[in-house]
Structure formats: C-alpha cells, structure tokens
Design a binder for this molecule. Structure first.
Ligand code: SIN
Length: 514
C-alpha cells in the first residue's frame, strides 16, 4: 500500500526568531503549521546567541530610518526600511511583551532601560542583560511548541526543496535515508546565516547557509551576497569551535562576541600602544558604523600588534554580568579584553518583497537567510532580531492567507548507497572551505584572490556533488550548501568593484587615520 503523503498547510524551516514568528502568525491566521529545525537545542540557532538587543523606534520611526540608511552607506532600500520602522513597535509589544511576557531590563522608574549601540543616534534598544536573544528565543520556542496548530520537529534537516514548474511544494527532509517528502501549500525558509563558512564567527556551527543554497539551486533570486558583516569586537580565541563539530573532536568554543552595547555604554578601543584611535577614523569614534570600526580594528592590529576593548569606563561586572562571566571562564583578567573582527551577519540573501515572498511561487524567506533590502551594504546594530520578527510575522500572515492546498508532486530521487563517504571527508573539506573564505572573502577583498578562491571553491563543490548523488548524510548536505553559498558570495564579490559597507576592495586605498 502506498503511504499517504505527508502534507501541511504552512511549512517553516528554521527555529530562530524569524521562524518562530512566521509559525506564530500562520497559526494565528488559522493555518496548520509544521516547523522543521535541524537544531536540537535553542543555542543551535543564532537568535539564542544575540547579545545587544532589539531596536524599537521609541516613537520616532523617522530617526531610526535615518540611522539605518546612514549605517548602510546610503544603500538600504527606503521602502523596506519604512516597513520595518512602521511595524517595529507593534510587533515588539504584541509578540514579545504581551504574548511571550519577556521582561526587558527596566530603569527602576517604570520605564525600560533603553540602551544604545554604534551608529544609533538615540538610546532605543530593548535588552535583557547582554543576552537578549536567549531571553527571547527560549520562551518563543516553548510557546510555538505548545501551540495546538504548530508541530515542531527538532533534529530534522531539509535537504532539498520540492519544486514543480516554478512553484515550491515543500521540502525533502532527512527523516528517512532516501529523503522524506513533506508537501506544503507554502514553504517559509528561516534557516539563518552563514557563520560556518568562516573559521571564526559569532554564529553557531549550524549556520551553513542551507536555505540560501536550497533556494538558489531551485532558481530563486538572491542578492547582496557580497555584504558579509564582520563584527569589530569579538574575543578571537583559537577558532577551535569551527573545527570541532565536524571533526568530532571535543574542543571548547572560545570565540565570543563582545556586544556593541559595551561601546554604547562607554567602553573604548585601544591599540597595542595603548592609544585610543577611533577618533582618527570617524567622527563618531567607537560608535561609527560597524564596517568602519571593523576595518580600523584590523588596521591597528596589523600596525601595533593588538587591539583591546577597555571596559574600565563601565561598571562592567554589574552591567554586563554574562559577558564578564565569559571573560572569566577564558581566563581573561583585567579590564582590557583583546578583540578582533569576526564574521557576524550576512546582509544579503534570498531576495524577498515586503511580505517575504521570493521569486518562486509559494516560497518565502525570512530572517538572516533573506535579503529584504533593510540592511543594504551594512547592517545597523540590533535590527536583525527586529527584521526577523517583522518579516516573520508578515510572511506567516501572507502564507496562511494563500488559498493553496498542498499538492503532491514528484519528489527527487535521493539515494543512500555505496560508495561510503570517506571518514572525515566533510570535516576536511569544511576546513578547506573556511580557510579559503577567511583568506579571500574576509574584511578586505583583492579581485585576484577572489578569482583564485572561486577556482578552489568550484573544485570543492565538484567533489561534494559527486558524493551528494549517492549519500543523504546531513553533514554532506551542509557542506554542499556551504560550498554553493561560498561560490555565490565569491561571484557577487567579483562582480562588484565598488567598496561600500561590508564589501571592501583592497585595490582601493587602505583605510588610514584621517
Ligand atoms: C551586538 O550585541 O554587538 C550585536 C548586535 C547586533 O548584531 O545587532
């Protein structure tokens, strides 16, 4: 007997803030939702790692809009920014405060303790300590998990999109060795970013660009992929984290973010000679846009050996207990924390409209895997959780409104057969991919190096494709996805010769002090 194909009205792939918001909105609108996530724990999603906070407008949408556009070097799409700022406060109040009951830090006088981060002209960011993401995500996951219209399936990866004549009909998941089709009236990708493409990142290891790769392979438009944002202040560590998961070796995760909120509250950057230097690079000094600070930090590290974040102007232990604890755990003593730029966020992604609709029928993308136009060439701090929330809700609403019954179409023929995958194949190829991205598609890009990197990445993708035809192993698909996205980033970087925001072409003049 042929089993009844599995169907759902709305399928969400990914369990960060954007995926949870999409699932919530679709369910509130009466749709039955299946939420697939390869995560096993909340901290497998980047949202759980978000520190600084979530921006509000504090009643002045125009001012937030101006800051977003200025931080993007004038490249953000003003219409997309309007959508964000118009929906911001209602979305935060409705979902985070009224529905989930999140208790953002207060000032003790009955108002929120709004904080400030780089390139914001005002204190307008809601936060919980500097661990805002986990304080949002954990209750959000519990809420969607308890919702009677939402089924959450953890430890379940989507391998391919089911497509037929330009329309997406769901995904093939890894719940069976030959792949398990799940048909959906609408499919919403919320798979997060690409941190695992670099040796050091502030993202979890699972950030392998899955949604972007699956959508691009199915023919969806992607945009702005050259704009990979590096956060200026991460504790660099040894990079053990990225190497560890895929090699199976136990290693401490030692790279971690030092939130921009530290600089917002007064921390300063000093070079190896003990000098403050940011005044020489930008009139907003430590609060300049993130791309400017990241390149200045790298320039000063090269010139003077190191850069530290001096937290002595703050009551560090009291105001940022979570970060202070991470420092203690790694044996960092004193008030000067060594920092380096580190991959943090992809500003581009799957091209979407104001409801998260992609160029493929019935396919949506939200959160970091999507390119809404809000960030342009460089993202303003504390707008990523907000963008995920706003577009997640919009996409969920739209997907639930579609008059679309799930249709059963032919599923791709995935195989799980010999030859066996050589042991450590995925781990070794991942290391090669990360080194290539670090060297040629980092903070600064040299066109000749990008060409060489593209050749390496093409060869690597060819090797992976040979195995993908015969194996459905999740780590192989993650490697396939990472190599597809790496190649797309390399192509976008090679086609864009203008330095703007996060894309800095080194044939241009090196950043120097003013
Ligand atoms: C941070 O806390 O510095 C990161 C905030 C963000 O990326 O928006």
């Amino acid at each position: 007997m042929t089993p009844t194909p599995e169907t759902t009205e709305v399928l969400v792939v990914g369990s960060g803030i954007a995926g949870c918001a999409a699932a919530l909105a679709a369910a509130r609108n009466g749709a039955d939702v299946c939420l697939l996530t390869k995560a096993e724990r909340p901290d497998d999603a980047s949202t759980d790692w978000a520190q600084g906070g979530i921006s509000t407008t504090r009643g002045d949408p125009e001012s937030l809009k101006e800051d977003i556009i200025a931080a993007s070097a004038g490249t953000a799409d003003p219409d997309a920014v309007d959508v964000l700022v118009e929906d911001a406060d209602d979305a935060v109040t409705d979902v985070l405060i009224d529905t989930l009951g999140i208790e953002f830090d207060s000032d003790g006088d009955g108002d929120f303790d709004y904080t400030r981060e780089a390139a914001h002209s005002e204190n307008r960011i809601l936060h919980v300590d500097a661990a805002t993401g986990s304080h949002i995500l954990r209750p959000f996951l519990n809420y969607v998990d308890d919702h009677d219209r939402i089924e959450v399936r953890q430890d379940t990866a989507a391998l391919e999109l089911l497509t037929h004549e330009g329309r997406v009909h769901g995904v093939v998941s890894d719940e069976a060795e030959e792949g398990h089709p799940i048909y959906a009236g609408a499919t919403i990708l919320a798979t997060g970013g690409i941190g695992a493409l670099y040796t050091r990142s502030t993202n979890p290891d699972d950030a392998t660009g899955d949604g972007i790769a699956m959508a691009a392979l199915a023919g969806a438009d992607v945009a702005d992929l050259e704009y990979v944002q590096f956060h200026p202040t991460a504790y660099e560590g040894s990079g053990a984290r990225s190497a560890s998961k895929r090699s199976g070796e136990a290693a401490e995760q030692d790279t971690f973010l030092l939130s921009e909120a530290l600089r917002g509250e007064g921390a300063v950057l000093r070079n190896g000679d003990g000098e403050r230097f940011m005044d020489d690079y930008h009139s907003d000094a430590e609060l300049a846009p993130r791309d400017v600070v990241a390149r200045a930090v790298e320039t000063e590290r090269e010139a003077t050996g190191e850069v530290v974040l001096d937290v002595s102007p703050l009551a560090f232990e009291d105001e940022f207990p979570g970060i202070a604890e991470k420092c203690r755990d790694r044996g960092i003593e004193g008030e000067e924390i060594p920092v380096a730029p580190c991959e943090h966020f992809l500003c581009g992604g799957i091209d979407v409209d104001d409801r998260g609709r992609t160029s493929l029928e019935a396919l949506y993308a939200v959160g970091e895997c999507a390119r809404t136009g809000v960030h342009g060439a460089n993202r303003l701090a504390s707008t990523s959780l907000l963008e995920g929330l706003v577009w997640g809700l919009r996409a969920g609403d739209d997907a639930a409104d579609r008059d679309a019954d799930p249709a059963v179409v032919e599923a791709p023929d995935l195989r799980n057969s010999d030859p066996a995958l050589p042991e450590r194949f995925a781990a070794e190829k991942f290391t090669r991919l990360q080194r290539t991205m670090d060297e040629s598609l980092g903070l600064e890009r040299d066109p000749d190096e990008i060409s060489r990197a593209s050749a390496v990445l093409r060869r690597l993708k060819g090797e992976v494709d040979a195995y993908i035809r015969t194996r459905t192993a999740r780590d192989l698909y993650e490697l396939r996805n990472a190599s597809v996205v790496a190649l797309l980033i390399a192509r976008a970087a090679s086609e864009n010769t203008e330095s703007k925001g996060c894309h800095y072409v080194v044939e241009d003049e090196h950043p120097t002090r003013a």
